[in-house]
Design a protein around this ligand. Structure first.
Ligand code: GLU
Length: 460
């Protein structure tokens, strides 16, 4: 049975790249009728916060990425990690190291001077026939892994192909700090093995850890899972995606008015493809997903494409669904449901986000203040004021429905032998304070007679 996991550290916000990892793990498990687990890697007690845990849970639930079983908290497995460390010590796969900070710093400097990668020099590593230094007094040792010295570690990465690393390259890494806490590489192996994770799908920033972890799996006598390392997501400048590029946490995208369907769909396609298909629901993704179709090169974040997808999903929603997602403050200010529904119908093709919809609705529903000089100069003249007054008289003697207003507008431009924009643009500027909007006839009907008259007379 396939088992995958998403294993974020709750030390900051939930990065959009992390969520893509979660989506791939989720889809791969579901595609294979397997299990998808969520493990919060909270072993760094100083940097882990409850706030970050909450953000992770909130993000996962917003995106509908349901995990199987309970959320696993890594720190709760300390005892188990320590038991395994004790076992490794006993079996000679690990050893106590009493090197002081100063000695380690000296080793680092020596390596630097020789121009080689910093590496622990093995002073406390027991070997047959080797005499270890006398134990220093009052020092609590760290516990190091006795990494094999010969041979290579090779794995068939499910995304990057075969990878081989020589054991010579690998340090005797610390499994347990002197304060007794287990380190990431040990905990992650023990937890993954205990759950029976079959596929570790994670960012390729962990690729250097994989050979070390494989050696730990072997020393513990655990089955080694398959690994799939996902390439980074870059911003448009080709650099690793970060805060510099704008919103980078899941919560921010929700606040910006993106829909979970769009975020899931967008991230799924970021580094994975199924022919030319662009639109997938989460269920469809789960049916189609395969590790083989993940690209091994970095992908580029394209906000325009996310906006396009968001517009696609916005348009498919009923107004009831949209209403439930709007900002409560906005809903307090604009509570006329009928008007909002008409504005949604009118504007949904051009709104990329919920916030854009709210901004457009606000434009329609509030009297424009300080209309820009450029717009006034471009569209308002004595002639256009004359047209606006004539039209106002005509509208006021008829019903204020979009049909009758549009009929009047058409008849008017015909009788005056002018082009439609010659009246539509001045109307937009005067009523909305902008020259961009969908059908002005429909907008006038939404605004209603009283507002129309007061906005027009005030501006004129
Ligand atoms: N906790 C690690 C991180 O957030 C992930 C560990 C893993 O996937 O193996 O980067």
């Amino acid at each position: 049975m396939i088992k995958t996991r998403f294993a974020p550290s709750p030390t900051g916000y939930l990065h959009i790249g992390g969520i893509r990892t979660a989506i791939f793990n989720y889809a791969f498990a579901k595609k294979n009728n397997g299990n998808f687990f969520l493990r919060i890697e909270d072993t760094d007690l100083e940097r882990s916060t409850q706030e970050a845990v909450d953000k992770i849970l909130e993000g996962m639930s917003w995106l509908n990425l349901k995990h199987d079983g309970d959320v696993i908290y890594q720190a709760q497995n300390f005892d188990r990690h320590k038991a395994i460390i004790a076992q490794l010590l006993e079996q000679g796969h690990a050893y106590e190291c009493y090197a002081s900070k100063e000695e380690l710093e000296k080793m680092r400097q020596d390596c630097e001077m020789k121009g080689i990668k910093p590496k622990y020099d093995g002073t406390w590593r027991p070997e047959e026939g080797k005499k270890l230094p006398p134990l220093p007094k009052g020092v609590t040792p760290v516990i190091r892994f006795k990494n094999p010295v010969d041979g290579n570690v090779t794995w068939e990465d499910q995304v990057k192909g075969q990878i081989t690393v020589s054991n010579e390259e690998l340090d005797d890494l610390i499994l347990q700090r002197s304060d007794g806490s287990p380190t990431y590489n040990l905990s992650v192996v023990v937890d993954d093995a205990d759950i029976g994770i079959t596929h570790v799908i994670r960012g390729d920033d962990h690729i250097n850890n994989t050979p070390r972890q494989i050696n730990i799996y072997k020393a513990c006598g655990f089955d080694v899972p398959l690994f799939a390392h996902l390439s980074m997501i870059h911003g448009e400048d080709g650099q690793k995606l970060s805060k510099r590029h704008g919103a980078s946490s899941v919560t921010e995208y929700r606040e910006l008015g993106f829909l979970p369907e769009a975020v899931n769909n967008y991230l799924a396609r970021l580094g994975w493809s199924h022919g030319d298909a662009e639109i997938f629901s989460l269920d469809e993704l789960c049916q189609l997903f395969s590790l083989k179709s993940i690209t091994s090169s970095p992908s580029q974040f394209d906000i325009k494409k996310l906006q396009w997808l968001n517009n696609h999903y916005l348009k498919q929603k009923t107004f009831d669904e949209i209403e439930a997602l709007l900002d409560p403050q906005f809903m307090l200010r604009f509570s006329n449901r009928k008007q909002l529904l008409s504005i949604f119908d009118l504007y949904k093709d051009r709104c990329h986000t919920l916030r854009e919809f709210e901004a457009n609705a606000e434009t329609v529903l509030t009297k424009p203040e300080n209309i820009s000089h450029d717009l006034l100069e471009k569209y308002i003249s004595e002639n256009s004021i004359k047209h606006l007054q004539n039209l106002s008289n005509l509208f006021n003697t008829s019903e204020f429905t979009s049909e009758s207003i549009e009929t009047i507008l058409k008849a008017y431009v015909k009788s005056e032998q002018i082009k439609f924009p010659e009246v539509a643009m001045p109307l937009r500027v005067v009523l909305l304070g902008t020259d961009q909007s969908p059908s002005i006839g429909q907008i006038i009907a939404i605004i209603g007679k009283d507002n129309f008259n007061s906005r027009l007379s005030e501006q004129i």
